[in-house]
Ligand binder design. Structure first.
Ligand code: FES
Length: 102
């Protein structure tokens, strides 16, 4: 699968929230950071924690398992114990749909 795929409705994800979802073969963490939507791989590069269930602060998410922080904009690992980035995905809003490019 490739191209933009609808993954959620805008009203399902208020600012400051995240969610885990499956799009095609990808496990994605989708976030609303202050009204802008971002998507990264859901699986933490430390030990596989679900980033979509983590606490979002600004444009950083804290892994719920051991506290590594990632940029939701770039997927960059910002604090230990994770050192490798997660993949990030392009996101667009199409009407009331949130779409992710796979
Ligand atoms: S699994 Fe994410 S910090 Fe350990």
């Amino acid at each position: 699968m490739s191209g933009f795929v609808k993954v959620a409705k805008v009203e399902e994800l208020p600012p400051g929230q995240g969610k885990c979802l499956t799009a095609g073969a990808a496990q994605i963490a989708l976030f609303n950071a202050g009204g802008s939507f971002y998507a990264v791989d859901n699986t933490c590069t430390h030990a596989g924690g679900p980033l979509g269930e983590g606490m979002l602060e600004g444009d950083q998410v804290e892994c719920p398992w051991h506290g590594a922080r990632f940029s939701v904009k770039t997927g960059e690992a910002l604090t230990p114990p994770a050192f490798e980035k997660v993949a990030s995905y392009k996101v667009r809003v199409n009407g009331s749909d949130i779409e992710v490019e796979l």
